[in-house]
Design a protein. Structure first.
Length: 236
C-alpha cells in the first residue's frame, strides 16, 4: 500500500513514510518485492525442491535394494521383532515377517529360525510371542531360537553372529521389511557373519513412509560406523 493510499484510508495527516519498497505507483499496480528478497527466496525454494527430490530418490533406492531378495542356503534365518498386541498376537507387519521366515524354513532355505525382539510399551515379550506363532504353525521348538534381548537391530546382529560363531556356522538370512533389510544385513556382516542373505515379506502400510524416512539417516550412521570406519560394536 502506498503513502497516498494510507492517508486516504485513515483520512488524517501522517508523517512522511520512508519505506524502501513503498514507492508511489499508479492505482491498481501491486508493490514489487526487493530484488534481493526475490533472489534469496528463489535460492531457498530451489534448494528445498532439490532436497526433497534427493530424499525421495534415496528412499526409492533403499526400498528397491531391500526388495531385491538375496536368498542363500543358510543355516539360520533371523526374524526381527516388531509390535505384539497385549493378548500376544503379532501385529500384521510382524506376522508377515514370521510368515516369510516360515516360508524359508519350509522350503529348506534354513534349518533354524531365530526370533529376536524386546518388550514393547505393553511389556509383552516379542520374542516369546514370535516363537509361539511359529510353533503353532508346525515349526518344532527345537528349531526356534529365542533372543529376548533384541531391543534393536545391532543387538540382534550381535546375538546372531555369536550364536553362529559358537556353533561353527557362517550364514544367515535376515527377515524384515524391505526398507530395513539392507541395514540389518550390514549390521550382521559387521558383527561377524561371513555370509548374509536378505528376505522381505510383501507387506506395506501407510506408516512405512515414516519408517523409510527414519531409515535413511539410520543406514547412513551404520555405514559410517561399520563400513567407512573400522568395525566396532556400538549400541544403536
Amino acid at each position: 500500500m502506498t503513502e497516498k493510499q494510507l492517508r486516504r484510508l485513515f483520512n488524517r495527516d501522517l508523517p512522511p513514510l520512508h519505506l524502501p519498497w513503498a514507492q508511489d505507483r499508479p492505482a491498481g499496480v501491486l508493490r514489487a518485492r526487493p530484488g534481493w528478497l526475490d533472489r534469496r527466496f528463489d535460492r531457498w525454494f530451489k534448494a528445498t525442491l532439490l532436497g526433497l527430490a534427493l530424499i525421495l530418490l534415496a528412499g526409492a533406492a533403499l526400498v528397491w535394494i531391500g526388495g531385491r531378495e538375496t536368498l542363500i542356503e543358510a543355516q539360520v534365518a533371523v526374524i526381527l521383532g516388531n509390535q505384539v498386541y497385549r493378548d500376544g498376537r503379532p501385529a500384521p507387519r510382524l506376522a508377515a515377517r514370521l510368515d516369510k521366515g516360515l516360508e524359508l524354513y519350509r522350503s529348506g532355505r534354513c534349518q533354524t529360525l531365530i526370533v529376536s525382539g524386546g518388550k514393547g510399551p505393553n511389556r509383552v515379550d516379542e520374542a516369546a510371542a514370535m516363537a509361539d506363532y511359529l510353533a503353532e504353525r508346525g515349526v518344532p521348538r527345537s528349531a526356534i531360537v529365542v533372543d529376548a534381548q533384541g531391543v534393536n537391530t545391532w543387538h540382534t546382529a550381535v546375538f546372531t553372529a555369536d550364536y553362529l560363531r559358537r556353533r561353527g556356522l557362517d550364514s544367515a538370512i535376515v527377515v524384515s521389511q524391505a526398507f530395513h533389510t539392507p541395514r540389518s544385513a550390514l549390521a550382521l556382516a559387521a558383527a561377524g557373519c561371513p555370509r548374509v542373505g536378505r528376505a522381505a515379506p510383501d507387506y506395506w502400510e501407510a506408516r512405512d513412509i515414516y519408517s523409510i524416512l527414519r531409515e535413511l539417516p539410520a543406514i547412513a550412521v551404520y555405514w559410517w560406523r561399520y563400513e567407512f570406519r573400522a568395525p566396532a560394536r556400538h549400541e544403536a
